[in-house]
Design a binder for this molecule. Structure first.
Ligand SMILES: *[C@@H]1O[C@H](CO)[C@@H](O)[C@H](O)[C@H]1NC(C)=O
Ligand SMILES: *[C@@H]1O[C@H](CO)[C@@H](O)[C@H](O)[C@H]1NC(C)=O
Ligand SMILES: [Zn+2]
Ligand SMILES: [Zn+2]
Length: 301
């Protein structure tokens, strides 16, 4: 049995190395948004009617996370503080329980500079349920899919080793299994897996480029896509109950992203695993009442 396991791990390592060999070239020109925090400082305290350089970045940010509805990114090249931006900022402030001023005040800027999940918070620019949410069309796994297998396939090597990544994933899946009918099992056979988790860097082929350290930490797709990506440029913690101040908690982020794999969107409840922001060194590894309520609601109708 032990021999078997060892052999399987070797197989997945080989796959990882192969992927690296074939894909590493495409990561050298990865698109990043390194100046975002800097440009945020320039727009601080701006408000409707003004024209300030850097507002374009704020519009990109709010559009990415669902607060604006621009389909074409050329539509907001301008640094104009228009009414749509004010409305979007108010919705953002409401979502994150900030004072709703409609201005880019210090607290709002601070919140926008924090690391977060790459999935959008809201759909069509308006808030629905006060806490948990679902994706558009409420996609979920069909009733006959309650035993899901997961594989780990990466195109970039993170700072944690595969053993630790497996342990972290097992802990994260275990927590969701504890409060649902779902059962999750690791497999080395990618072809058997409904869920594929892995570490990637910069542009990695799904149109949602990672952005280097900080900013976006990870993202995942709604059912039944099954893909979950971690940003290989973050400093990840191992699976132990110790997260240093410069580390991102792998177990906690995995739990959050697994929520997306199951069909949950972002929650406004700061205690929820499905809340989109998490500070470095922060530790959240158990499902809140809101997370469980969300999953139960999605799968009971
Ligand atoms: C969101 O907008 C799209 C297109 O404008 C529309 O088809 C869809 O029904 C809307 N969804 C919700 C949840 O309002
Ligand atoms: C993986 O990392 C853990 C924690 O950092 C360490 O204890 C373990 O020895 C490492 N295992 C391998 C195979 O390198
Ligand atoms: Zn998320
Ligand atoms: Zn991705």
């Amino acid at each position: 049995m032990a021999k078997n396991l060892l052999y399987l791990s070797k197989a997945s390592l080989l796959l990882l190395i192969q992927l690296l060999a074939t894909q590493s070239g495409s990561f050298t020109n990865a698109k990043r948004i390194p100046e975002f925090s800097k440009s945020l400082k320039d727009v601080e305290e701006s408000q409707e009617g003004q024209r300030v350089q850097g507002l374009r970045e704020v519009k990109h940010y709010l559009n990415k996370y669902g607060y604006l509805n621009y389909e074409d990114s050329n539509n907001f090249e301008e640094d104009e503080f228009d009414e749509a931006l004010e409305v979007a900022i108010k919705t953002y402030q409401t979502f994150f329980h900030l004072k709703v001023t409609g201005k880019l005040d210090t607290d709002t800027i601070k919140k926008m500079s924090m690391p977060r999940c790459g999935v959008a918070d809201i759909i069509n620019g308006s808030l629905t349920h006060p806490q948990f949410s679902f994706f558009r069309g409420e996609p979920k796994w069909p009733y006959y899919k309650r035993h899901l297998q997961y594989a780990i396939v990466s195109s970039a090597i993170p700072n944690v080793n595969l053993t630790e990544v497996k342990k972290a994933c097992s802990l994260a899946f275990g927590e969701w299994a504890r409060f649902s009918d779902f059962r999750f099992e690791f497999t080395d056979y990618v072809g058997h897996a409904e869920l594929i988790l892995g570490f990637h860097r910069g542009e990695h082929g799904d149109g949602n480029a990672f952005d280097g350290p900080g900013g976006t930490l990870a993202h995942a797709f709604p059912p039944t896509n099954g893909r979950l990506h971690f940003d290989a440029d973050e400093i990840w913690s191992d699976s132990s109950y110790r997260v240093r101040s410069n580390q991102v908690d792998l177990v906690g982020i995995a739990m959050h992203e697994i929520g997306h794999l199951l069909g949950l969107g972002h929650s406004r409840d700061e205690l929820a695993i499905m809340f989109p922001g998490i500070a470095k060194g922060q530790f959240k590894r158990s499902l809140s009442f809101d997370d469980r309520d969300g999953l139960l609601t999605l799968y009971s109708c």
